[in-house]
Design a protein around this ligand. Sequence first.
Ligand SMILES: Nc1ncnc2c1ncn2[C@@H]1O[C@H](COP(=O)(O)OP(=O)(O)OP(=O)(O)O)[C@@H](O)[C@H]1O
Length: 591
Amino acid sequence: MKGLNISLPGLAAIALLAIIPLLPVPPFVITLMDNIGLASLVAIGLVLLTGVGGLTSFGQAAFCGFGAYTTALLTTSYGLSPWLSLPVSLAVGAMCALPLGLITMRLSGHYLPLGTIAWGIALYYLFGQLDFLGRYDGITGIPPLEIAGHRFLDTTSMYYVIWTFVLLLAFGARNLLDSRVGRGIRALRGGSAAAEAFGVNTGRAKLTVFVFAGVAAALSGWLYAHLQRTVNPTPFGLNMGIEYLLMAVLGGAGHIWGAIFGAGIVLLLKELLQRYLPWLIGASGNFEAVFFGILLVAMLQFARDGLWSFVLRILPEKAPKPRAEDGTAPLAKREMPAHGSPLVTLDKARKQFGGLVAVNDVSFEIGAGEIIGLIGPNGAGKSTTFDLITGVTTLSGGQIRLSGRDAGVHRPGDVARQGVARTFQHAKIFPDMTALENAALGAHLRGNAGVMRSFLHTERAEEAQILAEADRQLERVGLAEARDRPAGDLPLGQLRILEIARALALDPNLLLLDEPAAGLRHGEKQQLADLLRKLRAEGVAILLVEHDMSFVMELVDRLVVLDFGTVIAEGDPHKVRNDPAVIAAYLGGVA
Ligand SMILES: Nc1ncnc2c1ncn2[C@@H]1O[C@H](COP(=O)(O)OP(=O)(O)OP(=O)(O)O)[C@@H](O)[C@H]1O
């Protein structure tokens, strides 16, 4: 199944799913499998939201409620066909996720999951209080699904419907994560700075996963309503929300297939515990909830990557992404500005942190095709200057012009769009992504495929171009052999080089490099110097912060020296190097 990119074990699992109802299994197995399918839909949404996006939600059961009540109401009160109520149920899930996501995402740390608990509880009581939803009695008489006269009345026929949706959602979610949009989502967990520096709108990425998870849960609710043919608030409360989260965590919060695995294990365990715990303990009650609580704590303590990570060890390794076919058209390149034309102008740029002036009325210009060294002792304000130029920090005074225009209050994405790419003093690479995927993130702004195209994988041509560009840049910096390794496995020196490959994938006209040679061996430094010279020859400007003075001196056209946030010297590197003020403030220590 090369076209669909399904592995052999994947095919075997799908085949097994297809024949389960044909096997001589007791009916409760099919009912259990239906419930696992329904829960898998919610858990897949949670994998994107919590496992990948890092946004913990206890409130997903409420979105199942939106999907279930919408179809219950439309099909019983207005006689709408269930198939017509499906898009409405999903739209209601999305429309409710949007404002809830907007509000909840603003919360950070522990407040975010607490926020989801709050609306999880509130919505449960809302469902039970509204007359038109039948209060706590709910809505009965929901019609079954029907296709060409066949009514899906029993658990076995619903089995096929439910699992078809599970597989469609799982493959769609996998496509999404493997795309330009998905790389932006996967970057959310590593902090937003690096992703935003390449134009990822992290706020939108968070909202996307929020809505995706809401829609996935609404789909589960829609199916639930037509399986049970009755709805009431009970399955949409906080208890279920916690259980869904447990499924995602237990399965392996970062893996789509782990979500299905987790849903299976939790529901199977629940079945067994409900059956045997009262018998073992000698009393009846919700003891499985206690067990699940202990299990969740144990998982978080001892197996944070979930059980799927153990399954992955016995499965064959994921095939590396294929290289671009010959003839893949390269991504469009930006027009390089004329040599020497101003790219960035700092005019009395100032940054204060309370009483501390980190950047003190600094003025200098970076012209196209020149390499400028920005040097100074620790704490001189070099990184803050980078942050001012790239819009990470706002100016306290003065002005920064990008390509001659006042940038005003600019954001990192705006700067990236102008062709300014950066690396970070402490390499900000995404360890779970391969080197190739990290580099591809740099080309984020050179594609435009959105969520739907990515979900359906109809952005193949654009994605191939982006990956080909990432491959080209990895080769250019000498990291081609690390292409398919998770970046977390690479040594620090290679991470710095990978950051440069990512920056080059933006097709920059200005590169801001923050200590790129730190951690490199002599030969690697020489290769890096050669690369930077080649880039200059192509018209790329470079602003270089570096403490290795021999590396700086052999490269730069101009030096700007900062001390306590103030420019103490600027100009020809050899003259500046011999400036007594510079020697006293800095070079006395490092030269
Ligand atoms: N967010 C912040 N809040 C308060 N003070 C800050 C902040 N960021 C930087 N500073 C202070 O501003 C000054 C300049 O810091 P900056 O990191 O820009 O220096 P640097 O020249 O890059 O130093 P290094 O070479 O050690 O990275 C330092 O005194 C630092 O402590």
